[in-house]
Design a protein around this ligand. Structure first.
Ligand SMILES: [Fe+2]
Length: 268
C-alpha cells in the first residue's frame, strides 16, 4: 500500500546485461474522497544521455587541462626562464582573480591562459629573447608578434573558457595604447586585465639572464603609476592588497613535468 500522499521524485540506475541506464522517476498519488491513495501515476524520464554527456564533459575538460600542462612542459624544456615566469604569473593571476571574486570557471581558464600566455615566444629566436643589450625596433617588432602567434596556436584548441582570447589580449592597455589591436577598457576581458597586471609585476620583480630583479616595491610602484590609465584600477588595488597581506612569488625548484605527475598521483 502506498501511504505517502505527496509526489515523490528520485533517480534510479538500472543495470541491463551489457549497459547501465539512468532514469528520473516521479510518483504522483491520486487521492479519493476519503483522502486515501487509490491510484499512483508513475512517470519516468531516461537521463542516460544527459548523465553520460556530463561525464564526457568532465573527461574532456580534464584532457584539456593535461594538454595545457603538456604544452607548458614543452616550453619549459625550451626556455626555463619563460616557463618559470609563466608559472609565477599564473599563481599571482589566480590569487588576484579569487580576491576579485571571479567564479571558479573563470579562475580555472585564467590559470590555463596564464600558464601559456607567452607560448607564442616559441617563434622568437632565443638570441633576441635573451639579448642583454637594448633591442632594435625590428627585434622588438618580432617579440611583439608572440601575442598573435600564441593566439593562432591556442585557437586551434577549442577551449571552453576563451583561453586563446585571454592570451590575445594580455598586452592590451585600457587606454588603447597596448598591442596588437589597441583595445580599450570594455573591449578587454577581466581575465586579460588581471593577467596583464600579474605579468608586469612578475616580469619586473624577477631576475632575468640579462638583468637583475628590480624588486617587488618598484614593480608595485609601476602598476600604481599606470593605475586607471593603462591598468584597471580595481585590479591594481587588489594586486597591491594581496602583496600587503603577505603574498610572495613561489620559487619553483622542480620542473613542471614533475609537479604535474605529483599532482595527478595525489589526486588518485
Ligand atoms: Fe607576453
Amino acid at each position: 500500500m502506498f501511504r505517502r500522499k505527496k509526489t515523490d521524485n528520485f533517480q534510479i540506475k538500472i543495470r541491463f546485461v551489457n549497459k547501465e541506464e539512468y532514469f528520473n522517476v516521479t510518483l504522483i498519488p491520486l487521492l479519493n474522497g476519503k483522502n486515501e491513495v487509490y491510484k499512483i501515476i508513475g512517470l519516468t524520464h531516461n537521463l542516460t544521455d544527459h548523465i553520460l554527456n556530463e561525464k564526457n564533459l568532465k573527461k574532456l575538460n580534464s584532457s584539456l587541462e593535461k594538454t595545457i600542462d603538456a604544452l607548458a612542459t614543452l616550453e619549459e624544456y625550451r626556455d626555463p626562464y619563460t616557463a618559470g615566469h609563466q608559472r609565477r604569473v599564473c599563481d599571482l593571476a589566480k590569487t588576484i582573480a579569487k580576491t576579485c571574486g571571479l567564479d571558479e570557471q573563470q579562475v580555472h581558464w585564467l590559470r590555463s591562459a596564464s600558464l601559456l600566455h607567452d607560448i607564442g615566444k616559441n617563434h622568437v629566436p632565443s638570441a633576441i629573447l635573451t639579448k642583454p643589450t637594448r633591442l632594435t625596433p625590428a627585434e622588438y617588432e618580432i617579440i611583439r608578434e608572440h601575442v598573435e602567434s600564441g593566439y593562432q596556436i591556442l585557437k586551434i584548441i577549442d577551449f571552453p573558457g576563451n583561453v586563446a582570447e585571454i592570451v590575445y589580449q594580455h598586452h592590451e592597455f585600457i587606454d588603447g595604447s597596448g598591442y596588437p589591436r589597441g583595445l580599450k577598457e570594455n573591449e578587454i576581458c577581466i581575465e586579460a586585465k588581471i593577467l596583464t597586471v600579474a605579468d608586469i609585476v612578475e616580469a619586473m620583480a624577477s631576475h632575468r639572464p640579462y638583468r637583475a630583479s628590480r624588486g617587488i616595491d618598484v614593480a608595485l610602484d609601476q602598476i600604481r603609476m599606470w593605475q586607471g590609465t593603462k591598468l584597471d584600477t580595481k585590479i591594481v588595488d587588489t594586486c597591491i592588497q594581496v602583496f600587503n597581506e603577505g603574498y610572495q612569488f613561489i620559487e619553483y625548484n622542480k620542473p613542471l613535468s614533475q609537479i604535474v605527475i605529483e599532482e595527478s598521483l595525489s589526486r588518485e
